[in-house]
Design a protein around this ligand. Sequence first.
Ligand SMILES: *Cc1c(COP(=O)(O)O)cnc(C)c1O
Length: 479
Amino acid sequence: MIEQLRAEIEALRAQTRPLEPDAGQRRAFGEQALDHALAYWDQVEAASSNRPWSEVFAQRLDPEFTEEGRDAAAVLDYVRECVDAPGFATTSPRFMAYIPGGAVPYSAFGDLLAAASNKYSGFASASPGAVRIENACTQWLAEVIGYPKEAAGTLTSGGSIANLTAIVAAREARDPDGGGAVYVTRFAHYCIDKALHIAGRGRAPKRIVATDDHCRMSIEALEQALEQDRRAGVRPWLVVASSGTVDTGAIDPLPQIAELCRRYGAWLHADGAYGGLFALCDEGRALLRGIEQADSVALDPHKTLFLPYGTGAALVRDGKLLQQAFSASGEYIRPLGESEVGPSPADLSPELTRHFRAMRLWLPLQMAGVAAFRAAQAEKLALARYFHARLSEIDGWDPGPAPDLSVVAFRYLPKSGDVDQFNERLMQQIQQEGRVMMSGTKIDGSYRLRCAILSFRTHLEHVDDSIDAVVRGAEALGG
Ligand SMILES: *Cc1c(COP(=O)(O)O)cnc(C)c1O
């Protein structure tokens, strides 16, 4: 019986062999995969920023699954043709649509190292080193924002989950039984509604606070709404301020909002997914003054620290409120008790077992140094001002308001015909050409193109390219 079982187990083991490539096989595939990534990075500068998917799917291979596995070259070819090539090239220095990020290559190596050792970053008892790096990263982010030592944070998959995490902390701290009112502007990111819904507060009384002519929350309107609610016996719960809107980069007046929140007992959450981390550079810190007074902040290192997608952060100024919202008992899982390297990431997040995300943030900061990130941010802010200034000098263009951060919302003013229609066609023209990638938005009912500069690869010549592209596009449409 035992002998037969041993024979069956050994037979199965023989079939698992492909899961354990030997040293030579690991090296061989490692070199092929590295060559693939290096070749990708080599073509980023020259390649178009938006490649029509139709071309690629004309020659598509199915992403089929085989019992025997496939040849490495065929698999990597598939990735190159069917994944790397089609669609937006978000890594392009001329990608200026939505909110670019770019993905610093050191992060890709960070992911490789983290997945290779597969350190368990939930509890210090499992990997004190990984937890120390996680906590060092959230503490560093907290310092960038200007938070005190008692702050705590968690690395999330992105800004949406960071906002959700913060809103759950706000709910537990200030609205456990519901009924409190929420205050936002119409420029709040739609993930806020999603987060309120998931947090069980989708039906909370919601006040859309008016904005001024720079798309910023009006202090008078906020005060009026808070006062009206208080008089009506509705408890102000949560004010969501934007620290850089997606549309125009507008930053709500944080110090005054914080003051009102204190007065009315509301939790101030700053959605800094796009703008918050500009606090790393001097100019950004000045613009974001007051963000350190927010009770919680959502950040997106995959935007403003140029990391690959999958890296957000939620920070709570009074760290124990984050812990109270997310730690459950589960004592069985912590055989070694309290840690010496700070809180356990699993106690600050809805996740238990998770990707060791900090490695993709920590490694590039180690390799490039903080100064390079700071300079890149200051460069992006200056490039946005440069784009705006150059467009202001060319006849026919309405460059829109001077950029708050690194987004310029502009349009062409044709001599005749419908302005919105012209600009929508202009955007399609630019996207089809594929040299420069931009997106559009509607502000106060009028259509505008958005030039969002945030890739670490975007420099002066790429912004000059983008000016040429929009001018060429307008000419092609008869403007
Ligand atoms: C990008 C963004 C979000 C959403 O973040 P994801 O990382 O896309 O989930 C939320 N708020 C603002 C202001 C953003 O710019």
